[in-house]
Design a protein around this ligand. Structure first.
Ligand SMILES: [Zn+2]
Length: 292
């Protein structure tokens, strides 16, 4: 999970809105020429930071419902300039884990932190669009405010520095020869109590524990297969991959926590490190196939 402060852009003017204004699509161009439309969006863009910060209040409902389809159209049918911004945010971010959940996959989709269906005025606001993994996307979906707990369900990766302090620990053990995984979450001791509550809710709403358990089962099978087929030494490989992150029991992402967990438990490590098979016969000489 990651604080993406560097990704945050200005909202007056929002560079993405400026891109939208260059649209040559007739309907989009006509609307964006109207000063009243620009004033409306600027007024909302000015309030966005405040709305995210006021996490214990439901965001004001969208008023100009007749602009819904237009604003969603800017997102769904962007002009070339805006499309290039979306592509950059979706793919050229340098992230190696999902900022929302810590899944060690390169995020390749975008999340509207304030859902575009309910707050279409933020459909193309740069600070409302966050790179996300595809597992998080259907879980977060259109949800935002929890009226039971009276607070936003999620932390915004561009606004919540505390996300970077969340770490994962996985205790691995063997029960009747089968691996058992215990997932533990940690945050910096200095984290404010209100932030601890929000992190816990964020993790629950994103169903991170269940998804990490599934991840562990998949990775156990993956590494077991690698040992059996390639005869690799799991202990040496995990220690090499962990490198300098090998101190402490927690890791910043699920894969690191999994490797540390396996290395901490001698029985689990031995169960993964089964003997390599006898070498298979070398593949005989190949001929090229013509499939053109
Ligand atoms: Zn995710």
């Amino acid at each position: 999970m990651k604080f993406l402060n560097d990704m945050k852009l200005g909202s007056r003017p929002c560079p993405w809105y400026e891109r939208a204004k260059a649209s040559t699509r007739k309907r989009q161009a006509e609307w964006l020429k109207r000063r009243v439309v620009e004033a409306y969006f600027q007024q909302h863009y000015d309030m966005f930071d405040q709305t995210v910060a006021a996490f214990n209040l439901p965001p004001p409902p969208s008023k100009k419902r007749r602009l819904d389809s237009l604003m969603q159209e800017f997102y769904l049918r962007p002009n070339a300039g805006l499309q290039s911004e979306f592509h950059g945010r979706r793919h050229d971010h340098g992230l190696t884990e999902c900022p929302y959940c810590g899944n060690p996959l390169i995020p390749d989709t975008l999340d509207h932190f304030l859902p575009k269906e309910d707050w279409p005025e933020y459909a193309i606001l740069a600070n409302n669009l966050v790179p996300q993994c595809r597992s998080c996307a259907p879980i977060k979906g259109r949800r935002y405010y929890c009226s039971t707990h009276r607070r936003a369900m999620f932390l915004h990766p561009m606004y919540s520095a505390v996300l970077s302090s969340v770490q994962f620990k996985i205790n691995v053990s063997l029960r009747a020869g089968r691996p058992n995984f215990e997932i533990i979450f940690g945050a910096a001791r200095t984290t404010a109590p209100v932030d601890v509550i929000r992190i816990e809710q964020h993790l629950r709403e994103m169903k991170v524990m269940g998804r990490m358990l599934e991840f562990c089962v998949r990775h156990w099978s993956h590494w077991r297969h690698k040992v059996k087929t390639l005869g690799i030494d799991i202990e040496a490989l995990f220690r090499l991959e962990l490198g300098q992150t090998s101190s402490g029991e927690y890791g910043p992402d699920w894969a690191t926590a999994f490797k540390k967990g396996v290395l901490r438990d001698a029985d689990s490590l031995a169960a993964l490190n089964t003997k390599p098979p006898t070498p298979t016969a070398p593949i005989e000489e190949l001929i090229e196939l013509n499939v053109r």
